[in-house]
Each structure stands twice: as structure tokens, then as C-alpha cells.
Write a protein that binds this ligand. Structure first.
Ligand SMILES: NC(=O)c1ccc[n+]([C@@H]2O[C@H](COP(=O)([O-])OP(=O)(O)OC[C@H]3O[C@@H](n4cnc5c(N)ncnc54)[C@H](O)[C@@H]3O)[C@@H](O)[C@H]2O)c1
Length: 432
């Protein structure tokens, strides 16, 4: 295997989070700071906990990924970001009520010192929120310039060698891919003309790429999933990736569907419903934002089961996804799945799953892994869509010539093999 030339992870890594005052963002940041003080275990993080087998089994080489691959150190990370509310990250995390006050107080000073920069916000794209800490400008193009200045200032003030941006902001209303998203000149013209087809997330993404900052999209928004931005990312030699963190119900779907298919069992229906009571739940209560999420959640089953190849087993699947805002549960989402399957001679059976999860506790380690792997990819000279990180997304980005891979374990093999290739090791075709 030819080893990739990977630039050293020297100096500070700036991590700019859009929606830095949100539940996921504040849980990610607090957890990272607690971990680097040695006061907590980063459970769920592949970069921090997983090993990677190198060479033949009998060589017995199973280093931790973080020791085998030149990732940035947690101690070198500096956090910043934008939000539509002015609260610092300590106050925001208290409001989110995901982590206990006892845990948050372990890193109170650090969290309190992270104050959001004013956001790019447009009420038309998130109907349920009313931002008060928002930039103003005559055109969307002017907003791009303001975000670029924010990035430059953050980088300088914090003496960062590199910066990565991750969207942990609210889910925007569904935006259809249209003419303005297809080429870079059309996208730039649309920004200058204040086109309603330009969402705030696109403004952040464009500004990041212009500053050679990789962009990770944790929500299902269109944002970087358009030919104009694919081209821009290649032109600037910057990684882009998304969409929508795969954390709970959809992660289960991408594990159970391959099981059903591998055994050639049939599927007639899959009903998924959720209750959650955090701000994300409130935003998703709006039909426009829900549609964006729904599209992202629905694509998974068909892709894995291939109904075209198996019409007698998967040709008539009724798939429904529901999310209900239910304030008493706060961030502790409950997701139920009722799965109607059939076996030998078509006899019906049912599977029931009840996942009592914690949304941000599941999402936080993904944020950490994505930031570190994306920075690694950038230093390794990889640019454009990072399909090797599909493992982390419900709706993995791909160009028009490829299809997405949804099976969690195939995604995992691909992730690890990409790491092996980067460090000049042989690839392995199965899970180690
Ligand atoms: N398990 C999970 O939690 C999970 C899984 C997949 C995707 N997501 C997505 O991650 C995102 C964050 O989830 P959350 O639970 O933290 O939600 P949240 O509502 O707590 O946080 C979102 C934050 O974004 C801010 N915001 C909204 N628009 C903004 C803008 N234009 N610029 C800057 N800030 C903006 C809000 O003020 C808020 O602080 C959501 O889009 C959610 O759908 C979460």
C-alpha cells in the first residue's frame, strides 16, 4: 500500500460550530473538555476508543486508532462558533439540560469563555425559532464576507494552524436542488441577488470553503450537497461531508435491514415513531423542517434492501416515519419501531424496538470523530465529498455517478480501510 503524505497535526485546531449554543454542540464541547482533563470517558468515540487491526491476525497488532493515525490531539482543539442566541456555551448547556450541573461545572470557565459570534439567520428557513443575535447585511453575498471575516479573526485570535467547521444548527426547511445550486457562478450570482433559494447554511458553507475550511453537515439540510459546492470544494482542495448524523433510530435501521436481507426474510412494513422534547423537536414540529428530516430518514431501507432485485421480498414495503414534539422528555428521545416481516411461505412475524436514547449523548462522539477525521483528511490532501465517512450519516453524500452505502458495517470497513491505506497498511475486507 502506498502511504499517503499526511501533514503533521502541528499547532492548534480551531473547531467552529454552527449552532454552538445547541444541545448537541454544547454536549460535544463539554464532553471533549471533560475528557481532555481526564475527568470522563469519551464513550462512543471511534477516534478515542477503537482499535484497528494492522497486518495478519497472527501479527497481533491492534493499536488504538488515535495511536496509529496522526490525529490532532484533544488538547490542541480550540472551540468557537455562531448561534442566533447570545448565551455563552455554559449558559446554553445549562439550558439544554443534557449534562448535569456537576459535570458542566468541571469545565465551567472554559465553557463560559466560548461566546457565540452573531449568526446568519433567516426565519423563512427555521420557522419555530426567533433569533436575537443575528447579522444584518444588504445581500447574502455581504453575509458571506462577514462570515469569512469571523473565521479569519477567530483563527488569528486563537493562533490556529487549521480550522474545521461543523453544522450542529437547527434543521432548515426542505430546499429542492435547483438551477442556482448547480454551478458555482449561478450560486454566487444568487447570493448577490438575494435569491430565496439560498439558505443560511449555504452562506456559512460557502464562506468556509472560501477560507479553505472543511465543512461537516450534521443536519439533513441541502447545504454542501449540490454540484456548485462539490466543484468549489475540489477547486479549494477542501473536504466536505454530510448529511444528518446517524445516531439512533436510523442507525438501528441500517443494522436490522441488512440482517433481514441477509437471511432473505421479507418485509411488508416499517413504522417508526419518535417523541422528543428538546429545541430540535420543536423545530422539527414545523412541517417544512420535518420534510427535510423525513427525506433523510426514508432513503435508508430501499437502498439496503434493493427491491428491484428482490420484488417478492421487498417490492411492497410500507415505510412511515413520524416525529412528535413532546416537551416532558427534553433531550431523552424515545423511538419505537414496529417492523412487519415475513418468513417461510410468507408467514408474518413482527419485531418491536423501543430505544430510550439520549439524542445529544449519541451525537456528541460523532461530532468529535468527524472533526478529527475531517482534519486528518484535509492534511492528507483529500478533498470533495468524503464518502469514507458515510458511517456517521443518515443520508451520506455522494455525487450523481455513485450511490450511497447505508449498511453500518460495510461503512465501518470502508472507514477503517481508508485509514489503513492512509498509513500504508494492507486493507482488510471484514470487520477486525
Ligand atoms: N442525535 C441527535 O441529536 C441528532 C441526530 C441527527 C441530526 N441532528 C441534528 O443536529 C442539529 C442540532 O440538534 P440539537 O438537538 O442540538 O438542536 P438544538 O435546537 O438544541 O440546537 C440547534 C442550535 O442551532 C442554533 N441555530 C439555528 N439556526 C442557526 C443559524 N442559522 N446559525 C447559527 N445557529 C443557528 C439554535 O439557536 C440552536 O442553539 C439539528 O439539526 C438536528 O436535527 C441531531
Amino acid at each position: 500500500m502506498e502511504k499517503k503524505k499526511i501533514k503533521d497535526a502541528q499547532g492548534k485546531l480551531g473547531v467552529l460550530v454552527v449552532g454552538v449554543g445547541g444541545a448537541v454542540a454544547s454536549t460535544f464541547i463539554a464532553g471533549t473538555l471533560i475528557t481532555r482533563k481526564g475527568l470522563g470517558i469519551p464513550v462512543g468515540s471511534i477516534t478515542q476508543l477503537a482499535t484497528i487491526r494492522l497486518g495478519k491476525r497472527e501479527e497481533n497488532r491492534f493499536p488504538k486508532i488515535k495511536d496509529a493515525v496522526p490525529l490532532a490531539k484533544l488538547g490542541d482543539i480550540v472551540f468557537g462558533g455562531w448561534d442566533i442566541f447570545e448565551d455563552d456555551v455554559y449558559a446554553a448547556a445549562r439550558h439544554a439540560e443534557v449534562l448535569t450541573v456537576e459535570d458542566l461545572d468541571k469545565v465551567k470557565d472554559e465553557l463560559s469563555s466560548i461566546k457565540p459570534m452573531k449568526a446568519v439567520f433567516d426565519q423563512n428557513f427555521v420557522k419555530r425559532l426567533h433569533g436575537t443575535w443575528v447579522k444584518s447585511a444588504t445581500t447574502k453575498w455581504d453575509l458571506v464576507q462577514q462570515v469569512r471575516e469571523d473565521i479569519q479573526k477567530f483563527k488569528k485570535d486563537n493562533d490556529c494552524a487549521r480550522v474545521v467547521c461543523i453544522w450542529c444548527g437547527s434543521t432548515e426547511v426542505f430546499t429542492e436542488l435547483s438551477k442556482v445550486h448547480k454551478t458555482l457562478p449561478a450560486l454566487e450570482a444568487a447570493m448577490k441577488e438575494n435569491s430565496p433559494e439560498i439558505a443560511p447554511s449555504m452562506i456559512y458553507a460557502y464562506a468556509c470553503l472560501a477560507e479553505e475550511v472543511p465543512y461537516i453537515n450534521g443536519a439533513p439540510n441541502l447545504t454542501v450537497d449540490m454540484p456548485a459546492i462539490w466543484d468549489f470544494a475540489e477547486q479549494k482542495q477542501v473536504p466536505i461531508l454530510g448529511k444528518d448524523f446517524k445516531t439512533g433510530q436510523t442507525m438501528l435501521k441500517t443494522v436490522l435491514s441488512p440482517m433481514i436481507k441477509t437471511r432473505m426474510l421479507g418485509l411488508s412494513g416499517w413504522f417508526s415513531t419518535n417523541i422528543l422534547g428538546n429545541r430540535d423537536g420543536e423545530v422539527l414540529d414545523d412541517p417544512g423542517s420535518f420534510k427535510t428530516k423525513e427525506e433523510s430518514k426514508l432513503s435508508v431501507i430501499d437502498n439496503i434492501l434493493q427491491p428491484g432485485l428482490y420484488p417478492e421480498l421487498y417490492g411492497n414495503v410500507y415505510h412511515k416515519v413520524r416525529i412528535n414534539y413532546y416537551p416532558p422528555r427534553k433531550d431523552n428521545k424515545e423511538g419505537w419501531d414496529n417492523i412487519d416481516i415475513f418468513g417461510w411461505l410468507g408467514y408474518p412475524m413482527q419485531l418491536k424496538v423501543d430505544f430510550l436514547c439520549r439524542d445529544s449523548i449519541l451525537a456528541a462522539p460523532l461530532c468529535l470523530d468527524l472533526v478529527l477525521f475531517t482534519d486528518l483528511a484535509h492534511r492528507a490532501g483529500m478533498s470533495g465529498i468524503q464518502t469514507w465517512l458515510s458511517f456517521y450519516f443518515k443520508s451520506p453524500m455522494h455525487d450523481f455517478d455513485h450511490i450511497a452505502e447505508h449498511d453500518l458495517f460495510i461503512q465501518y470497513v470502508k472507514l477503517k480501510n481508508t485509514l489503513r491505506t492512509m498509513i500504508g497498511e494492507e486493507t482488510i475486507d471484514f470487520i477486525d
